[in-house]
Design a protein. Structure first.
Length: 337
């Protein structure tokens, strides 16, 4: 009984005051240390790795479990899984095309999906979910840019398609050069959300600060009409409302890329199943060859016809062999000795 009592931590506390007892009672009720420890010992969820998303490096689970006792032991190296978007973007080879229907006219946009895939996907997906419908261009500076994409219309709102900011995608061959360049607005590095702007003229000093992801390819008269709207000199807000009524997505390269990835995965799966089935097939048994029987009785396996023919071939030859001429030898008078 005493040994069992020693297992209780309170066994070693002889005299405790009221405050200590209340504290210990609360600790025993709310203590979750075992649950937290158990959570750290859970094996991490493993992503499904296939031929398309398998990395050339491992997950590092073996080395981590070898050097840390808090990790679940692991003895098998497994390839790490590449992010699914990285796999998808490899199949994006085309441009995207979107039309903005504004109260000043239509703007046709070409999106560089093949060079800035994540930024363009964000813009296309937001257009498809009607995120920009009814939003206004809240900032317009003549000979500079016009900015929109904020549902609140204040310049401080907006969310990306994924609900969190995403990284910049700077490309050396994409510059804020010329009129009608489509670029992302941000509040600092890697803070892209939903806001964008269109240039009225070249502003190359914005390169490597804002992600260029498209350009205007139609509706420059609409862009001119938007630029001609006067703005408040203090806030740069247009005095006349410039509103995006609706958006139309004409070409979405990501749908085609997703279809290609699905087709590749299906092809790989069929190949693996075919190889597995082939390995499971048992090879057919070879037939045992038995000697041919030519007749009954002793020597039934001997082909007498073939033996007789070979004996005839080995018979004496009828041709006369040429006689070898013997050289005559005579005795002289031994004068040569």
């Amino acid at each position: 009984d005493e040994e069992k009592a020693k297992l209780d931590p309170s066994y070693y506390l002889k005299n405790t005051n009221t405050e200590t007892r209340e504290t210990l009672l609360e600790l025993y009720k709310e203590f979750k240390g075992d649950d937290i420890l158990a959570a750290t010992m859970k094996a991490p969820e493993k992503k499904k790795v296939d031929k398309l998303n398998a990395a050339h490096y491992s997950t590092g689970a073996v080395s981590a479990s070898f050097t840390s006792t808090a990790m679940v032991p692991e003895t098998t190296h497994e390839a790490a899984a590449i992010d699914e978007d990285v796999v998808r973007y490899k199949y994006v080879k085309k441009k995207g095309y979107v039309r903005l229907h504004t109260n000043k006219g239509d703007l046709n946009l070409e999106l560089h999906c093949d060079m800035t895939p994540r930024t363009c996907e964000n813009f296309i997906k937001l257009c498809k979910k009607n995120y920009y419908d009814g939003t206004i261009f809240h900032r317009s500076i003549r000979n500079f840019v016009i900015q929109g994409g904020d549902p609140t219309g204040t310049g401080t709102g907006g969310e990306s398609y994924w609900g969190k900011p995403f990284k910049d995608e700077f490309k050396p061959n994409l510059s804020h050069t010329g009129r009608g360049v489509l670029s992302m607005a941000n509040s600092g590095p890697n803070t892209n959300k939903s806001q964008f702007f269109i240039t009225f003229r070249s502003c190359a000093y914005l390169d490597k600060k804002h992600t260029v992801f498209g350009r205007v390819v139609g509706g420059f008269e609409t862009l001119t009409a938007m630029e001609n709207v006067e703005s408040d000199p203090k806030t740069d807000r247009p005095k006349e409302e410039i509103r995006i009524q609706t958006t139309t997505v004409f070409v979405d390269p990501y749908e085609e890329a997703d279809a290609q990835v699905a087709a590749e995965r299906e092809k790989v799966q069929l190949e693996e199943e075919a190889a597995k089935t082939k390995a499971e097939v048992i090879p057919p048994k070879k037939e045992v060859q038995t000697p041919k029987t030519y007749r009954q009785g002793i020597g039934k396996y001997i082909n007498m016809a073939a033996t007789k023919r070979s004996m005839e071939d080995d018979g004496p030859s009828t041709s006369t062999a040429a006689k070898k001429e013997k050289k005559s030898t005579g005795f002289g008078d031994f004068s040569s000795w």
